[in-house]
Design a protein around this ligand. Structure first.
Ligand code: UDP
Ligand code: MG
Length: 313
């Protein structure tokens, strides 16, 4: 499909407790947008902020008619807020980015050019090499190694939720109603023509990361359990191994009892028996845990609850 020269672009920006930061981000965004020939709509999704974000956003919206505000009824999390934005965004090209200054708007012209060249997904990727060592970068690297090992979908390490998507890709994503959302994975899974745009991720403008450890763990769990059945197979293999061990042990016991009855002793061996029992029950509990997670995910999916609820549009 040939792309028109001038088209409508929507920006989707989730905001959670970022009062003070959104103004700076928006001012910087305006500078970039005003220099571009396209029409823009800017969707700010207030993800249940408890600070002054609501007021900041209302102030911005009063001064800039391109702004659209979506307010979620509570804090649903980054992926749900992004989903709300993508669901509502109009236009031929939709670009999602963070509002904390870590996704530089200066990259937008290049993203748009790549879209015009025919890419459906322009995915910005942090250059990890220059990030230095931190808890976040180390756990993120380990996470991507794991997920790429166990899932059939290749997910680029350091792929941020900073990307441009064609209308076709956004519509395809909207047709995926899954509750546990790991958008990077879902978008990689769709398989549209993509290109990676490496970028240097600056520090946050102000405030602290809104991704608490609990939120990071939840995202990792959503990614692992919705992109891989491997945990279930680990269980299966571990179970098989234990059956083999048990068979070997029975054979050994029978051998002692039948061939060498003189060697039978009971009390010694208690410790090894205990060890085997503990390990086996540990393995069973882990397996039940894995199954429990999948059952939980199925339960939530079957309930068919919406991923987010809007309070205000
Ligand atoms: N965010 C959100 N809901 C949340 C957590 C974060 O909408 O529950 C937003 C946040 O305001 C920011 C973006 O998601 O615009 C990324 O969050 P953050 O910068 O805190 O994550 P980090 O860059 O530390 O991974
Ligand atoms: Mg950030």
């Amino acid at each position: 499909m040939p792309v028109k020269k001038r088209f409508l672009i929507s920006l989707v920006i989730p905001v959670y407790n970022e009062a003070g930061v959104v103004e700076q981000t928006h001012a910087r965004l305006r500078q970039t947008l005003d220099a571009l020939p396209h029409d823009f709509l800017i969707y700010y999704i207030n993800d249940g902020s408890s600070d002054d974000t609501e007021r900041s956003l209302a102030g911005l919206a009063a001064a800039d008619s391109r702004i659209r505000l979506l307010t979620l009824s509570r804090n649903f999390g980054h992926q749900a807020a992004l989903t709300a934005g993508l669901d509502h965004a109009e236009g031929d090209l939709v670009i999602s980015m963070d509002c904390d200054g870590q996704h530089p708007p200066e990259l937008l012209p290049e993203m748009i050019t790549l879209f015009e060249q025919g890419y459906d997904i322009v995915q910005a990727q942090r250059m990890e090499a220059e990030q230095g060592f931190s808890f976040k970068s180390a756990t993120s690297a380990a996470f991507y190694r794991l997920i790429n090992r166990i899932s059939g979908t290749r997910i680029e390490p350091g792929a941020a939720d900073f990307r441009a998507m064609s209308r076709q890709a956004v519509d395809a994503l909207k047709a995926m109603p899954e509750y546990h959302r790991f958008l990077r994975g879902m978008i990689a899974w769709m398989g549209y023509k993509s290109v990676i745009l490496p970028f240097h991720e600056p520090k946050r403008l102000a405030g602290k990361s809104k991704y608490s450890l609990a939120k990071m763990l939840r995202l990792a769990s959503d990614a692992i359990f919705s992109f891989s059945l491997l945990p279930l197979y680990i269980g299966l293999s571990a179970g098989g191994l234990f059956i083999l061990l048990a068979a070997a042990q029975i054979a050994y016991v029978l051998y002692i009892f039948i061939i060498k009855p003189a060697h039978v002793t009971i009390a010694p061996g208690w410790s090894s028996l205990m060890a085997v029992m503990l390990i086996a029950s540990g393995v069973i509990m882990i397996l039940l845990g894995f199954i429990g997670v999948y059952v939980g995910y199925i339960f939530q999916q079957v309930k068919g609850r919406p991923v987010y609820l809007l309070k205000k549009r």
